[in-house]
Write a protein that binds this ligand. Structure first.
Ligand SMILES: [Zn+2]
Length: 296
């Protein structure tokens, strides 16, 4: 297919024009198609200054964009997936793919967690790394998320997660599907302690992720224009044999239909989280409920 374009008389000239620019100088916005100066995009938290399209962030960029500077202390950073099924597919052997994912993403797994703070309020923060196997949920993802939940529970801290991924990691078969039940069970224990959980869904948030922990926040929020749902548009349309509305499964559609509570631009998320966390701290101080039980 690429060869067809290479031979087309119109394209060589265009390619030459763009190749003359340094790779990292201009980035084309996939929504408005405008060229955006890379430095301008970085200083704008990777949001298109022309149409407000929210580009994806790595887990580290998300930490920088959300938490107080230098407040994040990662835990279990070296926990790695194994290959329980000795799975191999056309694209390669899973155990070897894991090495490639880690190299590409610069993280040992698709989920990172640790202590952090927002506007001085301490919390436990978990974030997916989409570059690692599409942010998919395998056994280690599930285990790390449960550890994050249990850490927040032990220390009576709020929990905030930022999720973007394609759902269960199919290379781990049923083991990956079990992570849905495992994380939900841990969250239910967490909620019995009346501790707050805020879930932020960012583009794209799909499959087992949306069908389990990501939709269970006391506050469920999303960035503008994020695709959030169980299956992708094409799969739904093929199964249902009907066209979906143009904006189906976007943050705004979900907000309009009561599935989420807030749609918040990236730049406003830290101050909003700060307000929500302060509300929790104030209400906790004024309530007379029993002290939170410690986990055995
Ligand atoms: Zn744009």
């Amino acid at each position: 297919m690429k060869d067809i374009f290479k031979r087309h008389p119109r394209y060589p000239a265009q390619r030459e024009k763009f190749e003359a620019l340094p790779d990292n100088l201009w980035i084309r916005c996939p929504k408005c198609q405008e060229l955006v100066y890379a430095n301008e995009l970085e200083s704008n938290l990777r949001v298109c200054p022309k149409c407000k399209y929210h580009f994806g962030l790595t887990a580290r960029e998300r930490i920088d964009a959300t938490l107080d500077e230098g407040s994040f202390h990662e835990l279990d950073a070296n926990m790695r997936s194994v290959d329980p099924l000795r799975f191999s597919a056309l694209e390669g052997v899973y155990s070897e793919k894991l090495e490639q994912y880690a190299e590409k993403a610069g993280t040992a797994e698709s989920f990172l967690y640790g202590h952090g703070a927002i506007e001085g309020e301490p919390l436990v923060f978990g974030v997916t790394e989409f570059k690692y196997a599409g942010g998919s949920m395998g056994a280690v993802f599930g285990e790390k998320l449960v550890r994050a939940i249990e850490l927040a529970e032990r220390e009576s801290l709020p929990l905030v997660t930022v999720s973007s991924g394609g759902g269960a990691r199919m290379q781990e078969g049923t083991v990956s599907l079990m992570q849905m039940a495992k994380t939900v069970a841990a969250l239910n224990r967490f909620k019995e302690q009346r501790l707050p959980y805020i879930s932020i869904m960012v583009d794209p948030c799909l499959g087992g992720m949306t069908a389990s922990y990501a939709m269970l926040g006391d506050v469920n929020m999303a960035e503008p224009g994020a695709y959030i749902g169980f299956a992708g548009r094409r799969v739904i349309e093929q199964t249902m044999r009907q066209k979906l509305p143009q904006d189906a499964a976007t943050s705004e559609f979900l907000l309009h239909h009561g599935m989420i509570d807030l749609v918040t631009p990236r730049a406003e998320i830290p101050s909003l989280l700060g307000r929500l966390l302060r509300m929790y701290v104030t209400s906790k101080a004024s309530s007379r409920r029993e002290p939170v039980a410690q986990l055995a």
